[in-house]
Design a protein around this ligand. Structure first.
Ligand code: DX5
Ligand code: ZN
Length: 215
């Protein structure tokens, strides 16, 4: 099943509650980009914002940690009401322990890869993962152009997962619109993050619907 995760990084932060309501019925997840100004050259959303929006949405809170030390923050993000936590394989942590920590607090765990990181870096962890996040732009900013050369990486992970973890979700993040969505779905992804395409539209719900209808 194809799942759409609008990224609130592209939403109007002065009206987050009403922005989320626009996609509450059509989306499956809410993608929340957390940046620490160290792992990526930008600072974005943190725990207080997640606390504030949690009571206003029933969507799966899909939290993308672009931070250097994810292991130290799993409990606080769980307490804030996240349902799924993605952290980067390139971050400074014990990857296996961090996955276990996420599961121990009852959440789903995903491992994210920057564009330069080869697929095989996540293979040892696949049996314990719920999802892999393939970045199709350099993490840090919304509104960037989709990197076509990430398509073979998606297929490589899908093929490997089919052998050892067929129910693995593969999420793509960065530059997703109707054209690029078709390509990543064909390549083997099934969870689409879309920031600018959804929230910079006059009708965010329609864009989510159009993405969902692609399959
Ligand atoms: C970038 C973020 C993305 C971003 C995607 O570091 O991880 O989630 O919001 O934005 P678009 O869809 O505009 O590329
Ligand atoms: Zn993201």
């Amino acid at each position: 099943m194809i799942k759409i995760a609008p990224s609130i990084l592209a939403a109007d932060f002065s009206n987050l509650k009403s922005e989320i309501q626009k996609i509450e019925k059509s989306a499956c997840m809410l993608h929340i980009d957390v940046m620490d100004g160290h792992f990526v050259p930008n600072i974005s959303i943190g725990v207080p914002i997640i606390n504030s929006i949690r009571p206003h949405s029933n969507l799966i809170f899909d939290t993308h940690l672009m931070i250097s030390h994810p292991q130290d923050y799993i409990k606080v993000f769980a307490k804030a009401g996240c349902d799924l936590i993605s952290f980067h394989v390139e971050s400074d942590c014990d990857v296996a322990k961090t996955i276990d920590l996420i599961h121990a607090v009852g959440l789903k765990a995903a491992l994210a890869l920057k564009p330069a990181t080869p697929a095989k870096e996540v293979f040892p962890y696949l049996p314990n993962l719920d999802m892999v996040l393939v970045m199709t732009v350099e993490p840090g900013f919304g509104g960037q152009a989709f990197m076509e050369d990430m398509l073979p990486k998606i297929t490589e992970i899908r093929e490997y997962a089919n052998e050892i973890k067929p129910d693995l979700d593969i999420q793509v993040d960065g530059g997703i619109n109707l054209d690029t969505a078709k390509k990543v779905l064909l390549a083997g992804a099934n969870v689409l993050v879309a920031g600018s395409f959804v929230f910079q539209s006059k009708d965010p719900a329609r864009e989510v619907q159009q993405l969902s209808n692609l399959y």
